[in-house]
Design a protein around this ligand. Sequence first.
Ligand SMILES: [Zn+2]
Length: 171
Amino acid sequence: MIKFKCARCGAVIKAADGAIGKNVKCPSCQLKLTVPRPKARKPLPPLKPVLMVTAGVVVFLFVGWLVWPSPEVTRTQKQKDGVSERDRERLERQEFEAGLKREREALLREESMRRKDVEVYERRQAEDFRKAEEARRKEEERNQQRFELEEKLRREREEIEKRKDKNLYVD
Ligand SMILES: [Zn+2]
């Protein structure tokens, strides 16, 4: 079934499919007409520009939301905001334990440095002691030598005195 309008009176005329291309008369005004071939279905009218821009923005935002890599901070924040109470407590405990670990490492570093200082100090003291001991030993040696020398001189003087006495008596 084909519907078309009369060109003159505008009456809507119905015709069978087989009548396409045939000459007929308008039943209303008797105008001679050719039954037209039915028009192809109209394509959709193009979207209005505003609508297109809006659709484009929506698509852009959606795709962006899908592919945008969420940064670490945002994810951590999301974890804090979105996860359950238990997960939040777990995160807090982890942060607390990490803090303790850092503190402990700092203490160990300090302790290690202190121990090294002590080692250096003790080594220096031992070295000083060794030097003092050596100086003392040398001083003792010198004293001993001086003492021996004085002793020798004393004996020689005595010998001389004795000889003087003998001489006196001999003569
Ligand atoms: Zn007509």
